[in-house]
Design a protein around this ligand. Structure first.
Ligand code: FES
Length: 184
């Protein structure tokens, strides 16, 4: 937030990036969703004050922007941890024990779903299908996919992230060890 001023939360860099996005579409407001991602990249979440600034840039009402931020669950409406662990609870993952994944993650971290650990490292949230059903149960770590999660070994995910897992961030990764995948 280096160059954010009393005039608002968005930095000049963020505003420039948003204007560049707006210029890419025949109708500038088509860039509203990626613009909100840019805001989230800067601030880590999308506070109402920033929503209002975006609304002004897009000549939309604050209520219109609010409706998008509340509809799409990928936008955070409160501060979150460095790693947001989004547990898919849709049907394929549910059948493959996503409830246990979520429960064990929360228990290991000492938080409830929707909460953030005191050190600001981890937030656990619910998610809907992330199109990785064939590798259920699946979770997202920020914008990365972790597939074939072992519900009984979620502590390993946390340990790896805490240790700065050299395999993170892979865009998509199976959490199965190579030897587990060989027989398939
Ligand atoms: S049901 Fe979880 S990824 Fe589709």
């Amino acid at each position: 937030m280096s160059d954010a001023t009393a005039k608002g939360l968005l930095t000049e860099e963020t505003k420039t990036r948003i204007r560049e996005l707006m210029a890419k579409y025949p109708k500038a407001r088509s860039a509203i969703l990626p613009a909100l991602h840019v805001v989230q990249e800067q601030l880590g979440w999308v506070p109402e004050e920033a929503q209002d600034e975006v609304a002004q840039m897009f000549e939309m009402t604050p209520a219109e922007v609010r409706s998008l931020v509340t509809f799409y669950y990928m936008y955070h409406r409160k501060p979150v941890g460095k790693y947001v662990l989004k547990v898919c609870r849709s049907i394929s993952c549910w059948l493959r024990r996503s409830e246990d994944v979520e429960h064990n993650l929360c228990e290991h971290l000492g938080i409830e779903c929707g909460e953030t650990t005191e050190d600001g490292m981890f937030t656990v949230v619910h998610g809907e299908c992330i199109a990785a059903c064939v590798n259920a149960p699946a979770i997202q770590v920020n914008d990365r996919f972790l597939l074939d999660v072992d519900p009984d070994n979620v502590s390993e995910i946390i340990d790896r992230l805490k240790a700065g897992d050299p395999r993170y961030p892979a865009a998509v990764e199976s959490w199965k060890r190579p030897e587990e995948s060989k027989g398939e």
